[in-house]
Design a protein. Structure first.
Length: 192
């Protein structure tokens, strides 16, 4: 397991797991949100985003978190493992709401000087509120990653579906035990 893509709904714990896994594997953690979201929430143009991600994934090892379809082909073409955090909707919604409100209250900087606002946090529009986004995208991500795990185009990828804290802990434990053993150390906890 040298190049890992961590995917899942907002609030599922992608960034935290990716950072921990990168530490266990002794490699770089890359947050796609930090690449695309420039100052004042201006996103990179697609071509520039793809160029930057292409440079990042050219490295021998990494753990990348994010669901961006505009670069998924680049990431997965180099990845050997996809870890899909598929937690229950209630868990995800509780986490994303708590996290978002905490960030708004503390004015915590996310990426490139950006901060979440009350207006966006309380919006019902998914393109403005990460909480609304998580609600409407939950089932979409389930369908999409179930299909991807079965897609012959990605037959060379190990898909690891994580549905609970216990499975997450098992994944990290297995990664720690096999971190020196090269590819294929982690087996799928639940496919499709």
């Amino acid at each position: 397991m040298d190049r890992v893509s961590v995917v899942g709904n907002a609030g599922s714990g992608k960034s935290r797991l990716a950072a921990e896994l990168a530490g266990v594997l002794g490699t770089r953690h890359i947050e796609l949100d930090a690449v695309i979201h420039q100052a004042n929430w201006n996103d990179l143009e697609v071509d520039e985003f793809r160029r930057r991600v292409g440079c990042l994934v050219a490295a021998d090892s990494w753990v990348i978190d994010g669901n961006y379809s505009t670069v998924r082909d680049l990431v997965w073409a180099r990845a050997d493992t996809v870890i899909w955090l598929d937690l229950p909707r209630l868990t995800v919604m509780t986490r994303v709401t708590r996290r978002t409100l905490g960030r708004v209250v503390t004015r915590r900087e996310l990426w490139n000087g950006n901060r979440e606002s009350w207006r966006d946090a309380l919006s019902l529009a998914p393109d403005r509120s990460v909480v609304a986004w998580a609600w409407v995208q939950h089932r979409h991500y389930q369908r999409m990653y179930q299909a991807a795990a079965r897609d012959p185009a990605w037959v060379d990828l190990h898909f690891v579906r994580v549905r609970s804290r216990r499975e997450r802990a098992k994944l990290l434990s297995q990664a720690a035990q096999n971190s020196g053993g090269g590819k294929g150390g982690i087996r799928t906890l639940g496919r499709g």
